[in-house]
Design a protein around this ligand. Structure first.
Ligand SMILES: [Zn+2]
Length: 694
């Protein structure tokens, strides 16, 4: 044994003791990276032993001794995993990253061994065949069906050689996914555009403050640093009048994962795409996209593509009109250059200012982080009767804050944790995760749900200010949080957000609508210095800009979704040249030259860091069809908080986890399936673009 590392026995490993902190939280203060490996080892062997007992049981399979037993078996492993993967995303470092690299293939191997266990599968398949005769409740029938589908989709019914190959593929994919995410983070951490005050022309105060704080964090006090997180980058591109510096930061931003050397992600992508295609073939599907969508609401890549195609032509036409307006503005200023991708946000902001007499710097003081958090809570109170009280509990990082959530009757619902600021130890983006999911199989288990974001950190003593987009992100992630928080199911498998990925964005995207409800904005959009509410004319102008620049926004998104479907529809992707593929696909779509994909392939974490959204990035738009149509249900009543509609929303969507097939759940809420019209209207794509953008 290495003498440098003190051996840890079970009794002193805080990960292996019961969580006895307030609200059943883990003892964060005592957890160190060295605890994870022994905790994982123990949880894995415990789980394996439990699975063996279930599979080898001499008793005839019943729902209780097979499905319920499986449902109970994951708990220990999940406890360790939930803390660990919270940290790998939100507060990582060399030690955690090293364990992550070791653990990801081991965890994949462990889950392979379960989902490819033919004896265990035989029990599940037997139950599934006799499901009508088992006297199951609707929820139990759904759990059985979901387990059966999972095992079949994992390859449990295949012959041994195919299973062995699948297992090897899964392990390799897990390692590559980890490597992919770490490479992106490494490229983001290693870069900062360090500037002097004289380089900041055009930047409003909030961006200067954030850049000063970022420089300080990097030990460059007195200077200003633009990092590659989305918020600071987009702000710089939007406001900096230094075209040369805009180009510089833009080039660094879009080359994350494509810089050559050890952090270049193109080879991992090519390998992942090939392995996924092979996996799909082994499981009887033509392509990975076919395999992936078979268990989604969309069902087929054709259905997803049909929606994207319907939107793409209109969005591109609108983007071209937007581009012409921006180019005209450049000409008007006497500029003698063609609009480049690093100019779009800058001139769009200028045009917005001219057209709507509105600029981001004027709006931003009205979007204080703390008030927007309150606004998201107030929305949840009015829709679902929830109350939030701040509580002082030990968490994993000083930035993280917690609130106890209670229902209208004062009963404990769960704990909500918000971790809002960007820092070097955090992966980019914004997400919801959980430390504990709601369930009732082991008693009345209440959830602990987190939102992790990357908003710019304010200088000491200054209030944190958000852009309108940031505020929308906050509402989005909080919608996911409510999906976890309000979950009311018995079986862990069906809890909260464990729904198909083209349905999971419905609760989050729908929630964004309430940010734009005038009564919420009037109450919570108050000036940071004066506490005055946003003046009505400014509010009206802000809301009038809703469809402004939506050609651009739709194109940068939809291009990603189409490239994702294409790369995962290659039947034989051997020796894929990732950069060339991306270029060729965008050419064939006639991608406007002035717009790039929102996430280029080399840093497209949705697809390759883990892979939850592989062949699934279309989900956001699929869900948007649902959310636009769902919000119309409220608008039709004339009340954005209509109690009867809110109750149906809670019963069939927010609290229902995966109790129902997604299409059925939506129909139960709305009385019918949605049409695409509400989405087109929301994005301003429903009228001919020449009229929409004069
Ligand atoms: Zn989301």
């Amino acid at each position: 044994m290495n003498a440098m590392i003190r051996p840890t026995s079970a009794s002193e490993n805080p990960l292996l003791t019961d969580w006895t902190g307030p609200f059943g939280l883990p003892p964060f203060g005592t957890i160190a990276p060295a605890h994870f490996r022994p905790a994982f080892d123990q949880a894995l062997s415990l789980h394996r032993a439990e699975i063996d007992v279930i599979a080898a049981s001499p008793a005839a399979p019943t729902f209780g001794n097979t499905i319920e037993a499986l449902e109970r078996s994951w708990r220990e492993l999940e406890r360790v995993s939930n803390i660990f993967f919270l940290l790998t995303g939100a507060d990582t470092g060399d030690a955690i990253e090293a364990i992550e690299r070791d653990m990801s293939p081991l965890l994949a191997r462990h889950s392979n061994a379960i989902y490819l266990d033919r004896v265990l599968y035989a029990r599940i398949a037997g139950l599934h065949r006799r499901r009508e005769a088992l006297g199951l409740s609707a929820e139990q029938a759904r759990v059985l069906d979901r387990y059966h589908t999972r095992f079949v989709r994992a390859g449990a019914a295949l012959e041994k050689p195919a299973q062995d190959r699948l297992a090897a593929i899964n392990e390799r994919l897990a390692s590559l996914g980890t490597q992919f995410g770490q490479n992106v983070l490494a490229d983001e951490k290693s870069y900062a555009l360090v500037l002097d005050e004289s380089d900041l022309a055009g930047l409003p105060d909030f961006a200067r403050t954030a850049a000063r704080a970022a420089a300080e964090e990097r030990g460059r006090g007195g200077k200003f640093a633009i990092t590659l997180a989305r918020s600071p980058c987009e702000s710089f591109l939007q406001f900096s009048s230094r075209r040369d510096l805009r180009e510089k930061i833009f080039q660094a931003w879009i080359r994350r994962g494509e810089n050559g050397g050890a952090t270049d992600n193109r080879a991992p992508i090519a390998e992942m795409v090939a392995l996924r295609a092979e996996r799909a073939k082994l499981l009887g599907f033509e392509t990975y996209a076919d395999y992936q969508l078979d268990d989604q609401m969309a069902k087929t890549p054709q259905a997803a593509r049909k929606l994207l195609d319907e939107v793409w032509g209109r969005a591109r036409a609108k983007a071209n009109v937007e581009r012409d307006a921006l180019q005209a503005m450049i000409a008007q200023e006497g500029g003698n250059f063609a609009l480049a991708p690093w100019d779009w946000r800058y001139y769009a902001e200028k045009l917005r200012k001219t057209k709507f007499d509105l600029d981001e710097a004027e709006i931003k003081p009205y979007f204080q982080l703390d008030r927007m958090i309150e606004a998201s809570f107030e929305t949840a109170r009015r829709l679902f009767g929830l109350r939030f009280t701040p509580v002082d509990v030990p968490l994993y990082h000083p930035d993280a804050r917690a609130w106890e959530v209670k229902d209208a009757a004062g009963r404990h619902v769960g704990l909500f944790i918000g971790d809002y600021f960007a820092r070097g130890s955090k992966h980019s983006g914004a997400w919801m995760t959980s430390l504990r999911d709601q369930e009732k199989l082991a008693g009345d288990i209440h959830p602990v749900i987190l939102n992790v974001c990357n908003f710019s950190r304010p200088a000491a003593g200054e209030p944190a200010l958000l852009s309108f987009d940031d505020a929308r992100t906050l509402f989005h992630e909080f919608g996911h949080a409510l999906h976890g928080m309000l979950s009311n199911v018995t079986y862990p498998l069906l809890s909260g957000t464990s729904v198909s990925s083209d349905f999971v964005e419905l609760p989050s995207q729908l929630y964004e609508h309430w940010l734009e409800v005038p009564e919420i904005l009037q109450q919570y959009a108050r000036h940071a210095a004066t506490s005055e509410p946003m003046p009505k004319p400014l509010l009206d102008r802000l809301l009038a800009t809703r469809t402004f620049n939506q050609g651009f926004a739709t194109v940068e998104y939809a291009a990603c979704a189409l490239v994702d479907l294409d790369i995962h529809s290659l039947p034989e992707p051997a020796a894929l040249d990732v950069s060339a593929f991306e270029r060729k696909t965008l050419d064939s779509l006639h991608m406007p030259a002035e717009i790039i994909m929102r996430h280029r392939l080399p840093h497209f974490q949705h697809l390759f860091s883990g892979g939850g959204y592989a062949a699934g990035y279309y989900s956001y738009m699929w869900s948007e069809v649902l959310d636009a149509d769902a919000f119309e249900a409220f608008e039709e009543t004339g009340n954005a908080f209509d109690p009867a509609t809110a109750k149906r929303l809670r019963d069939y969507i927010y609290s229902a986890g995966n109790l129902r097939d997604p299409a059925e759940a939506y129909k139960a809420f709305r009385g019918r399936l949605p049409a695409v019209d509400a989405l087109l209207k929301k994005r301003g794509l429903d009228t001919p673009p020449a009229l929409a953008t004069p």
